[in-house]
Write a protein that binds this ligand. Structure first.
Ligand code: ADP
Ligand code: MG
Length: 289
């Protein structure tokens, strides 16, 4: 049942190079303070929801943790960005295409620790990723949790940051700590909050309200409520099947919720920051430190 993943064929590879200069992709980092709150599910299913709305989506698996996108979708990456750095693979070798219509840059254990890259490796990675140019409308970056250096790099380079919190108090305090570091140390001012695993009849607005109250009081940031995703057994069933829950159970509560979030994301397309785009993201990612 799991992921039917194919490498890009010749025509796609050629198109990838040709499409370098058009509208820049919207780059969204999906992150959290605490691990295991639902970042990867959110990234994959939001990616699918946007694909279903006709958008060209690239998922970048930027988490070094265990619950990688490739594991969730049941495939073994043939190459990762690590091989791009060692010149054993090109970026076109690394990108895979899922049968549901979106593309993935997988991670596995092959995602490089950005803080350890040499100048030459950074330049190589920027050049390789720059080639992707404007082939996509959205790039969703599934980051790790917490305030490690890779997470900070991805969040500061992205155009928008979606912070996933669940209803546990530790998730909220860790989200607060993450937001505090991003704003105080890196000048990030805007965050969108997704409340995950809300109980039946519950509403993520309570979780959001508590987080927003703390941020309002102590930090100079703007927190937007993007929506909630219900706690839903379909989510773990989808993990077993290694397919997105939105595909397997399109009318389950979590799927309706993520579709609603995707709609809100699409509605805000007109309010984008003009300095966005993938080129900007990769340059900022590798040059800012
Ligand atoms: N909305 C949800 N309903 C039920 N279980 C969920 C939900 N979201 C996440 N989970 C559970 O939490 C686990 C961790 O989710 P995951 O997306 O891998 O988190 P992260 O990427 O933040 O580490 C999943 O395997 C799933 O079992
Ligand atoms: Mg994850």
């Amino acid at each position: 049942m799991a992921g039917r993943i194919v490498r890009l064929d010749e025509a796609r590879r050629r198109r990838l190079k040709r499409n370098r200069m058009s509208t820049p992709a919207r780059v969204i980092a999906v992150t959290s303070g605490k691990g295991g709150v639902g970042k990867t599910h959110t990234s994959v299913n939001l990616g699918l929801a946007l694909t279903q709305q006709g958008k060209r989506v690239l998922l970048l698996d930027a988490d070094l943790g265990l619950a990688n996108i490739n594991i969730m979708l049941g495939f073994e990456p043939a190459a990762t960005l690590r091989e791009v750095l060692t010149k054993e693979a090109s970026i076109e070798d690394v990108i895979v295409s899922h049968d549901l219509g979106f593309d993935i840059i997988p991670s596995g254990s092959g995602f490089p620790e950005l803080s350890n890259l040499s100048e030459e490796e950074r330049a190589l990675l920027v050049e390789a990723l720059d080639e992707l140019g404007s082939n996509y409308d959205y790039m969703i970056v599934d980051t790790g949790a917490g305030i490690g250096s890779n997470v900070m790099y991805f969040c500061t380079a992205a155009e928008e940051i979606f912070v996933v919190v669940d209803c546990e108090p530790t998730s909220r305090t860790d989200a607060y700590a993450l937001i505090k570091v991003l704003t105080n140390n890196h000048g990030v001012k805007n965050f969108s909050i997704i409340a995950n695993r809300t109980p039946r009849g519950g509403d993520g607005k309570t979780t959001y309200g508590q987080l927003a109250a703390a941020c309002d009081r102590f930090l100079n940031v703007s927190l937007k409520y993007l929506g909630s995703i219900s706690d839903d057994s379909a989510v773990s069933e989808a993990v077993v099947a290694q397919r997105p829950f939105l595909e397997l159970y399109p009318s389950t509560r979590a799927s309706l919720d993520i579709t609603k979030i995707a709609k809100k994301v699409l509605e805000s397309e007109g309010r984008r920051n003009p300095s966005g785009g993938m080129q900007f993201f990769f340059k900022a990612l590798l040059e800012n430190h």
